[in-house]
Structures are given as C-alpha cells and as structure tokens.
Design a binder for this molecule. Structure first.
Ligand code: FMN
Length: 167
C-alpha cells in the first residue's frame, strides 16, 4: 500500500448503486433526486440510510413530511439520473419535465415512479449531521419490485450500466 490523497483513493470505490430519493411535499408536489450515498442500516426493523447534501431541496421535504422513498434506478433511466441530478426541485418540476408516470404508494403519500427497479417506502426514523451532508434513516414500511423485473442501474464511476446481465 502507499499513502495517497483522499479524493484519489475514494474515486476508485465504484461500482455504487444509484437510488432516487423520492418525496412528496404538503401540496402533493413530487420530486426525485439521484443518490449514491445510500445503505441498508438495519435488518430488523428493516431500514435504509441516505446522505443528503445540506442544500438539497429533497432534504427540506424529508424534514417537513417525515417520509421518503428509496427507489433503485432501473437500467432504462440514465437520462432520468442525469437530469434529476443536475437541477433542483426547488426550481424545476422534474416529474413533469421528464414526463414520468406515477402510481400510488402503499404505506406513504410518496408515489411509485415508473421505470425503477425496486422501491422502498420509508418513514423517517432519525437523522445525523455528517459534515456537509445529513444522514437520514428511514424505516421501510413497504417494498415494491418491477414486474416484469428491471435490472438496477449502477454507477461504475463516470458511466452507468446495468448491475448484471441476468436477473
Ligand atoms: C449519480 C449521482 C449520485 C448522487 N448522489 C448524491 C448523494 O448521495 N447525496 C446527495 O445529497 N446528492 C447526490 N447527488 C446530487 C443530487 O442528486 C443533486 O444535487 C440534485 O439536483 C438534488 O436535487 P433536489 O434539490 O431536488 O433535492 C447525486 C447525483 C448523481 C447524478
């Protein structure tokens, strides 16, 4: 091993899964943002954690509503990842701009987004300040998978591709 700078070492950590953090504000407006800094953090009860940057509109809505959805990007959603990661729901209605179709969730007000591989409806269970991000922990209340199955879209570090050839 040799010591190097932190950014260079971290740049080699890929592949990384890509999820959308989907929210629905008090007026019913739906937003989504791609996130890579997401992990399973409890088996019983089942929980997911995601790190949201301090300036993210999504963070404001999660704090206000106490619920969010973690939806794994599907292999056909490269453009959705690119677009939703470049603008903020504070200024842009990303769902309308992308023409995404929504369907009702089962346990929260946050709807399911077409094209995702799997979706987890979460109730906010806690948060932890983490430098320039805040880690939000959600208890999973309901889970959904695409039918027929859709492969997860994965970030290979500079390019996105399906997680595996066969599902
Ligand atoms: C592949 C990818 C992964 C990202 N991962 C994260 C992440 O883990 N946390 C985060 O706060 N932002 C992440 N971003 C940036 C947000 O998606 C981006 O700032 C987005 O515009 C925020 O939208 P919002 O203001 O509507 O919440 C990522 C972007 C991309 C393209």
């Amino acid at each position: 091993m040799k010591t190097t700078d932190i950014a260079t070492a971290l740049a080699g950590k890929y592949p990384e899964w890509i999820v959308f953090v989907v929210t629905c504000d008090a007026t019913g407006r739906v937003d989504l943002m791609p996130a890579g800094w997401c992990m399973v953090c409890s088996g019983e009860p089942p929980m997911l954690a995601v790190a949201l940057g301090l300036g993210r509109h999504t963070r404001t809505v999660v704090e206000a509503t106490g619920e969010f959805q973690i939806a794994f990007a599907g292999e056909g959603q490269r453009e959705v990842v690119d677009f939703a990661g470049r603008c903020s729901g504070r200024e842009v209605d990303k769902i309308a701009a992308l023409g995404l179709r929504l369907s009702p969730g089962a346990a929260t007000r946050v709807p399911l987004v077409e094209g995702c591989a799997r979706s987890f409806e979460c109730r906010l269970a806690g948060s932890l300040p983490s430098g320039d991000h805040v880690i939000y922990v959600g208890e999973i209340l309901a889970a959904h998978v695409a039918d027929p199955p859709v492969r997860n879209l994965v970030n290979f570090g500079g390019w996105y591709g399906p997680a595996r050839a066969e599902e």
